[in-house]
Design a protein around this ligand. Structure first.
Ligand SMILES: Nc1ncnc2c1ncn2[C@@H]1O[C@H](COP(=O)(O)OP(=O)(O)OP(=O)(O)O)[C@@H](O)[C@H]1O
Length: 219
């Protein structure tokens, strides 16, 4: 089992955000989390990350990239803890060709290799998102927890990114706003409304009525 939540409630002051939510996510599942703005998707993803920090790559909505660093360095930061201080300082000043090659190979999948030494503040919104996605892959974890990672990408890149992420991670929980992309690329969809689960089904078992509910929660 990757995640097991039993009657999980989260409130901010007097407002209930997650309302007695129970959820099991098995290892190997690829789950799309759908819901209107404010339905609790980010709160749920943060909670899942708290539960499995060591095993998870997390892409927050705000991305967490350092503006004054290049794509290379922002991706490399994911694994600072894996290397010695000396190796990290060396890579900050003069990146080792082994690391450059490894990161470039990840960036190629996202059409971003030509931006490898461009600083984050000179990238478009979609390029920043793709840097954060590349960083999550470089991190080499089994689980991906991603909060609307493709919101700034066009349809072609969104599909490409989701295909690559599906290959690279064993288990995925990903917040999205697009029902069709969710059904096309994920095994299971969970529709949240006001911190409660409205729909939770394998994509192959969705009825027309379920789809209508999902479109409704995403409107
Ligand atoms: N730190 C916080 N303090 C107070 N309220 C918060 C905090 N974080 C989130 N909330 C509230 O919790 C609710 C759920 O927010 P959350 O970010 O989980 O929703 P979401 O479904 O991810 O929305 P979006 O699609 O806009 O990202 C919102 O009403 C939000 O205002």
């Amino acid at each position: 089992m990757a995640f097991y939540l039993q009657n999980e409630s989260i409130s901010y002051f007097d407002t209930v955000i997650l309302d007695s939510l129970s959820l099991e996510i098995k290892k190997g599942e690829k789950v799309a989390l759908l819901g209107k703005s404010g339905s609790g998707k980010s709160t749920l993803i943060k909670r899942l990350y708290e539960l499995k920090k060591d095993e998870s790559s997390y892409i927050p909505q705000e991305l967490g990239l350092v503006n004054n660093l290049s794509v290379f360095h922002n991706v490399y930061l994911a694994r600072l803890d894996d290397y010695s201080t000396f190796y990290n300082i060396r890579n900050l000043i003069k990146p080792a060709s082994k690391e450059v090659e490894q990161i470039k190979n990840i960036l190629i999948d996202f059409d971003l290799e030509d931006k490898i030494f461009v600083k984050n503040h000179d990238l478009s919104g979609g390029q920043k998102q793709r840097s954060a996605i590349a960083r999550s892959i470089y991190n080499q974890k089994d689980i991906l927890l991603a909060d609307e990672p493709i919101s700034a990408l066009d349809e072609y890149l969104s599909s490409k990114v989701l295909e690559v992420l599906n290959q690279k991670f064993e288990t995925i929980v990903c917040a999205l706003h697009n029902v069709d992309l969710a059904v096309e690329h994920f095994d299971r969809v969970i529709g949240l409304k006001n911190g409660k689960v409205l729909v939770d089904k394998k994509c192959t078992e969705l009825t027309n009525e379920d789809r209508q509910k999902l479109y409704y929660v995403c409107d």
